[in-house]
Write a protein that binds this ligand. Structure first.
Ligand SMILES: [Zn+2]
Length: 423
């Protein structure tokens, strides 16, 4: 393993992973730890060309950049290496020449969160944890429950009582112990930490466990590798980074992970430029946007309300790093309404055949708004990360899609309804 140490994102203090498990002892839950590697050592025995030859089509193709010692700890469910689609139709409709969709709804439990859960469950196996627990608005819990099932580690998931039915069903079918908390995601988060401390369960909570961002960073590694191979036939010594990446922001850990992946690649000298990170939040849950706009990275909680349940977060636990990710890369925060999200769900599905849940379509809703407002250039290479599958939240999809026609079983009825044409 090439991990050097953990470093507090607030004070810069360095810790050994053997002495500190979750957060900076001086700063408590605000002192999130960044994972630092020995980049020189990594460059000594791997490279983009070596990785290009790997037949491991999962996040584990980036083994040398991940914080795990033994391959025996890896959960069997295949995570990552999701498709990067060239979105010609939607790009054309927005006046953009190089738009790409990273469809992370195609992960094994249907969301981006599988990347984090795969790494954290592997870590739990290494630490010989008896139980692993997490608070989740739905997807992180489902990802944990699925990975834990495949690795045979017992899991306890705390979710808000209002989590969508499909997500609760997913938690239950994988056999996790599911505790629906009468309260918000924020209440579930605090309760799960208290339970982790009380019972010694290994916590997978985002914005707490330092290794979730390590799993999530693999999206950036894939984006840069795939973008390079999809556009050139020869494998080079470096990868090509896009100009901008749009992604939905809830608790802030996904955009932090994406940033971390890019920072690792830059430290290795494998990319030459840093993409601008574009954080997209729901108008009704915009704590990171507010902080960014006010020029601070101190997060003031909001009362969260949005159709995008996965990013309906009042207090983003990884908010400070999420604001820095955008500011340090010269990106921007954007907010979108629920109506814009529903429109984005239709456009992604009808324009490119990608079915996203509301939070999964939020990144695209942000791009559509930025493009309409003239905030992106026509020839920029733009990635939109689709973070969750549309089947996760069928009632939201029905809201976006409208109703089907009900007809008598006769050709006459078909003729009356369609006049012999598709819509
Ligand atoms: Zn600290």
């Amino acid at each position: 393993m090439n991990l050097l140490h953990l470093r507090c994102s607030l004070c810069g203090e360095i810790y050994s992973p053997d002495s500190v498990r979750y957060v900076c002892p001086k700063h408590g839950n605000n002192g999130l730890l960044d994972v630092v590697y020995d980049y020189e050592k990594i460059n000594g025995y791997t490279s983009p060309a070596t990785i290009a030859e790997s037949h491991d089509f999962s996040i584990w193709r980036y083994w040398d950049l991940l914080p795990i010692d033994s391959r025996l700890a890896i959960p069997p469910l295949r995570t990552g290496w999701t498709p990067l689609y060239r979105a010609k139709h939607l790009g054309g409709s927005l006046g953009l020449t190089s738009l790409w969709l990273k469809d992370d709804g195609l992960n094994p439990t249907g969301s981006f969160k599988d990347r984090a859960s795969s790494v954290v469950v592997a870590k739990a196996k290494e630490l010989r944890a008896d139980v692993i627990c997490a608070a989740s608005s739905g997807n992180a819990g489902a990802a944990l429950a699925g990975m834990a099932a495949s690795a045979h580690v017992p899991a306890v998931v705390f979710a808000p009582q209002a989590a969508p039915q499909a997500k609760v069903a997913q938690l239950l079918i994988y056999g996790a112990r599911v505790l629906l908390v009468k309260g918000t995601y924020d209440d579930a988060f605090d309760l799960s930490l208290a339970a982790s401390n009380e019972f010694g369960w290994y916590s997978r909570n985002t914005g707490y466990n330092p290794f979730t961002a390590e799993g999530k960073k693999t999206a950036s590694l894939e984006i840069c590798e795939q973008l390079t191979t999809l556009q050139s036939s020869t494998g080079g010594r470096t990868w090509q980074a896009p100009d901008r990446i749009f992604v939905a922001v809830g608790d802030g850990n996904i955009i932090t992970g994406i940033w971390k992946g890019l920072l690792d690649l830059r430290a290795l000298g494998w990319i030459e430029k840093m993409p601008k990170l574009m954080g997209v939040q729901a108008e009704g849950a915009a704590a990171c946007y507010n902080a960014w706009k006010e020029g601070t990275d101190i997060i003031t909680p909001v009362d969260a309300h949005t159709i995008s349940d996965s990013i309906s977060v009042g207090l983003p636990r990884d908010g400070t790093r999420a604001v820095r990710a955008v500011r340090d890369t010269n990106g921007a925060y954007i907010t979108v309404s629920d109506e814009e999200v529903l429109a984005a769900m239709r456009e992604l599905a009808r324009g490119e055949g990608v079915f996203a849940e509301p939070a999964g379509a939020t990144g695209y809703a942000g791009l559509a708004k930025a493009a309409r407002d003239g905030h992106v250039d026509r020839d920029e290479q733009i990635i939109v990360v689709v973070t969750g599958n549309g089947l996760k939240d069928v009632s939201a999809a029905m809201k976006a899609a409208g109703k089907a026609s009900v007809i008598e079983p006769s050709l006459e009825a078909v003729r009356r309804e369609t006049a012999g044409r598709a819509p």
